[in-house]
Design a protein around this ligand. Structure first.
Ligand SMILES: [Mn+2]
Length: 316
């Protein structure tokens, strides 16, 4: 499964691992985990991770690297947890010498630059990379094991989705046997503060319901400033609107300081990925996102109307 990527890795002394826009635990964990796998196989290769990563885990996992433009140009780029070059956070991914990809998102078949391993049945990209370590007989380091377990735990929201976790649990056991630090992962994930508590209070008391029964919330940047919340932090509260009986679709719209709007859509009923694709986004069947160019309430009404329609068809 990984032969083509491995033979490409062999050809390059320098490798840069790219993660997606709005990096999450799976993206950041995949970057570190893959670097540890490559280091275990080829100790002399230089492997860098680029982007902002997830600072909340920096107390026990590595910081991101500063990579010069010169290094980028001579490096193999490996994309993790994102389906194509434009999805990557560090846009210098376009300047690399060659490309490969490992991902678990719905594949749009637009990535044609090099070998790829895509498994849309995998619960996380870290699941796939753990399978890679096992298949190649890698003795993964405790840092790599912790990073990969972080992605398995966060992308499954701590194994709470309705899906088959049997393979993930086997992989998690392999990682724990290799020294994954579950205590620090759980402490970092449990940590909160008063500001985020107030943010959660806001969404629970201010969400709206569409005619068709879609639950949603819109955050203007003025509102976010008053709440002292970033658009990303607000978007990450989306699942507080989830699993309310009778409301299988929930979504949020959060305006960034630069005026663009982050859209997150979730479902435990109809498949909503095509709705996200229609506004230029994508993701998974039941968890997708997009970015709108500006806060336009008529566009938001259109998105909600589209979701209402999907919901109505599903109910029939
Ligand atoms: Mn992921």
């Amino acid at each position: 499964m990984f032969e083509e990527i491995i033979s490409l890795i062999k050809k390059y002394d320098s490798i840069v691992i790219f993660g997606h826009i709005n990096p999450d635990g799976d993206c950041y964990g995949s970057q570190i985990g893959l670097r540890e796998i490559i280091h275990a196989l080829y100790p002399n290769k230089k492997v860098f991770i680029t982007g902002t990563g997830c600072p909340r885990f920096f107390s026990f996992l590595p910081h991101m690297d500063v990579v010069s433009d010169e290094v980028i140009k001579e490096s193999l780029a490996i994309l993790v947890d994102g389906n194509d070059l434009p999805r990557m956070e560090d846009k210098r991914v376009f300047d690399c010498a060659a490309w490969a990809k490992v991902d678990h998102h719905i594949d749009t078949n637009t990535f044609t630059e090099g070998p790829q391993v895509v498994d849309t049945n995998a619960n996380s990209c870290c699941d796939i990379l753990t399978g890679m370590a096992q298949e190649l007989g890698v003795d993964i380091s405790p840092i790599g094991a912790t990073a990969l377990l972080l992605g398995i735990i966060t992308d499954s929201a701590r194994f709470q989705f309705v899906t088959d976790y049997s393979v993930s649990f086997e992989r998690a056991k392999y990682l724990i046997d290799h020294g994954a630090d579950t205590t620090n992962i759980n402490r970092a994930l449990a940590k909160t503060d008063e500001r985020s508590l107030k943010g959660r209070g806001y969404i629970i008391t201010h969400y709206k319901k569409s005619k068709g029964g879609v639950i949603y919330i819109v955050y203007s940047k003025e509102k976010l400033h008053r709440l002292q919340l970033s658009a990303n932090a607000a978007s990450n509260n989306i699942n507080l609107l989830g699993n309310i009986e009778g409301y299988p679709i929930w979504c949020s719209f959060a305006e960034y300081d630069d005026g663009r709007v982050r859209v997150e859509i979730r479902s435990n009923g109809p498949i909503i990925q095509p709705c996200a694709a229609r506004i230029g986004g994508g993701g998974h069947a039941y968890a997708s996102g997009a970015t709108l160019p500006k806060l336009d309430y008529s566009v938001i009404d259109d998105v909600i109307a589209d979701l209402d329609r999907v919901l109505e068809e599903w109910r029939e």
